[in-house]
Design a protein around this ligand. Structure first.
Ligand SMILES: [Zn+2]
Length: 606
């Protein structure tokens, strides 16, 4: 446990039983934002008022402000290179006020995604401060997680100055946003007004207010109907759009969206995207439905199915894994270039392979739970969100296409690269701070390795107990900021077992998956099979025994077999039959050196 985390446990903001500690706190803010986007003008203008509440016992003097879009500034720290079309002059702060008083804002070429500001009067514990900003930026020609999709389609994300997370273990989050390491956000209340020209539809996070003032009568009828049916409703088709009879014909319409206790807001707008919508029951107890929408260019063939895929994701995730009703009122998948999640939104590419479009939509929508429902520090502990989205993606894939195909895709896409690789970076522990890592080792830790760690625990505990632990972790930490130790401690607490032998093995080690079937010997009762654990990970494995009579038998070993003997185990096969061969099959837990996983005794079988 790192020293800053130890200190949090000592201050009782975290508790060894895995619950939030009795002194747990987190800060909160209310954002009121106006944003004006008038394509094809690339200039986006914003004004906001933030009421920030200090729930900590510390006095705040220098809050840190996140300006994520400054990643577009020339010279900004970034994981990788970029092209001129991605570059802009970043976020220009035109006005900064504290409690209504004008203040200077340091806005020079060396300010990137973090900007410290000084409060004229320190913010005492349990007091609040009002920060106001006016700003503008040019939307980038090349879009990443946000930007211009085409000249009249914009995706707006991370578009407002926000107060960074100030927390109990790390203080101010001053980690640079360098692209791959993603975000860390408090749960805030948002009231956002998007000012967009007529004939532009705006999709986004939160409740759309007064749609009757924005949408023409027939469109409104279809939109309203979509909240009550499992059928796909074409709220706006290519033909409607061409006829320009979708929105109210004011020069500029104001689309107001609100959402409370949510980590972020994102929006897409277009004058030519089609709009599909449907809905599905996500909570059987209350009968609550959630809306699933798609916004896309009609030429994208796969996108005609995306509203259906989104509804399926909401349904499946709510009823199976994690088995917690989808916590929001809707989701919208917007056609862009990102493969990225936002609360109630995804920005996904179009693909020729429609089953891949489904796969990506499912992954991004699975992120609803981690990081958004759970308030994960994605920058430092991305395995706590990407690892889960990857786990859910695999489990929903099993339901969609059967285990065999899902296994194949998962192995190819999430496992093979690191499981068969030998480079030292892919052997760094999963809990290594993500912000201190780059490259393939970083990616492996966040996605495939972490997902297999969670799935190996599922194999160890069985589905029922695993789900009980997972749901209890999610109930305890929903709307808060859990750390890896809160997760591990909750599982230990709920199972009543000390599972640290497993957590240490998967999450804190340099291990990899490599078993060696070293010996198969005749014994008095049958055969003695020796398996050496060369790589160190405690991964589930099947032992497949083929008998001389042509029959086979499979013995499944859960990670528990390694608890007491981590290096080598002896397995007894009680049989009167002759064994022809014994083989290890890890399935998705791919072995680093599969050549030593089989012993062939031949027809004679001793
Ligand atoms: Zn993801």
């Amino acid at each position: 446990m790192p020293r800053d985390v130890q200190a949090a446990f000592n201050k009782l903001t975290r508790s060894p039983d895995g619950k939030p500690g009795k002194n747990y706190w987190q800060n909160h803010a209310r954002y009121s934002i106006d944003i004006t986007a008038l394509p094809p003008d690339r200039n986006i203008k914003g004004t906001e008022s933030i009421t920030y509440f200090n729930n900590s016992s510390d006095t705040i003097k220098n809050p840190n402000i996140k300006l994520f879009l400054n990643i577009h500034k020339p010279g900004a720290p970034r994981d990788g290179g970029t092209v001129p079309d991605y570059l802009t002059s970043g976020m220009q702060i035109d006005k900064f006020e504290v409690n209504g008083e004008k203040r200077n804002f340091r806005d020079d070429p060396y300010v990137f995604t973090n900007a410290g500001v000084r409060l004229p009067k320190p913010l005492a514990p349990h007091d609040s401060v009002r920060l106001s900003f006016d700003w503008h930026y040019q939307i980038s020609l090349q879009s990443g997680r946000e930007g211009m999709i085409d000249s009249t389609t914009y995706f707006l994300a991370y578009f407002y100055p926000r107060v960074a997370v100030f927390d109990d273990y790390n203080g101010w989050d001053r980690m640079d946003f360098v692209d791959s390491h993603e975000f860390y956000s408090d749960f805030n209340d948002y009231d956002v007004r998007i000012h967009a020209p007529k004939n532009y539809i705006v999709w986004g996070t939160g409740t759309l207010h007064q749609p009757e003032t924005l949408l023409q009568r027939d469109v409104l009828k279809r939109y309203t109907a979509s909240f009550k049916t499992n059928e796909i409703i074409h709220v706006a088709t290519k033909e409607n759009i061409a006829a320009k009879n979708i929105t109210t014909q004011n020069a500029v319409n104001t689309w107001r969206f609100t959402a409370n206790d949510i980590p972020d807001m994102a929006f897409g707008l277009s004058d030519h995207f089609a709009w599909d919508a449907t809905s599905v029951v996500v909570d059987d107890k209350t009968g609550r439905r959630a809306s699933a929408q798609a916004a896309y260019n009609d030429t994208a063939a796969d996108y005609h199915y995306v509203a259906k895929f989104a509804a399926h994701s909401l349904d499946w995730l709510s009823h199976n894994w994690p088995g917690i009703p989808y916590p929001y009122e809707k989701t919208t998948v917007f056609q862009g270039y990102a493969g990225m999640e936002y609360p109630m939104m995804a920005n996904d590419e179009t693909y020729a392979d429609t089953s891949f479009s489904r796969f990506v939509a499912e992954h991004e929508i699975a992120h609803t739970y981690m990081p958004f429902y759970m308030g994960i520090n994605e920058t430092r502990y991305g395995f706590m969100d990407e690892g889960w989205a990857t786990t859910f993606e695999y489990l929903i894939g099993n339901a969609d296409m059967g285990k065999e195909k899902a296994d194949e895709l998962f192995k190819q896409f999430r496992v093979e690269g690191w499981a068969t690789g030998t480079s030292s970076d892919i052997q760094t522990p999963i809990t290594a701070p993500g912000d201190a890592m780059t490259g393939f080792g970083f990616g492996s830790n966040e996605y495939g390795k972490a997902a297999l760690g969670y799935l190996a625990m599922k194999d160890l505990l069985g589905d029922q107990l695993f789900k009980k632990c997972l749901q209890e972790y999610m109930n305890r930490w929903h709307g808060k900021h859990p750390l890896p130790w809160d997760f591990f401690n909750t599982f230990n607490n709920v199972t009543g077992k000390n599972l640290n032998w497993f957590w240490n093995n998967w999450f804190f080690s340099n291990n990899y998956i490599d078993y060696n079937l070293s010996e198969v010997k005749k014994s008095s009762t049958g055969y003695a099979v020796t398996i050496r654990n060369t790589g160190g990970f405690f991964a589930p494995v099947d032992v497949v025994i083929t008998y001389a009579d042509g029959t086979t038998e499979t013995k499944h070993l859960t990670p528990s077999v390694w608890e007491k003997q981590p290096k080598q185990i002896a397995l007894t096969v009680v049989t009167k039959k002759k064994v022809e061969s014994v083989k290890l099959d890890g399935g998705i837990y791919m072995d680093g050196t599969p050549v030593d996983n089989e012993v062939k005794l031949g027809k004679k079988g001793f």
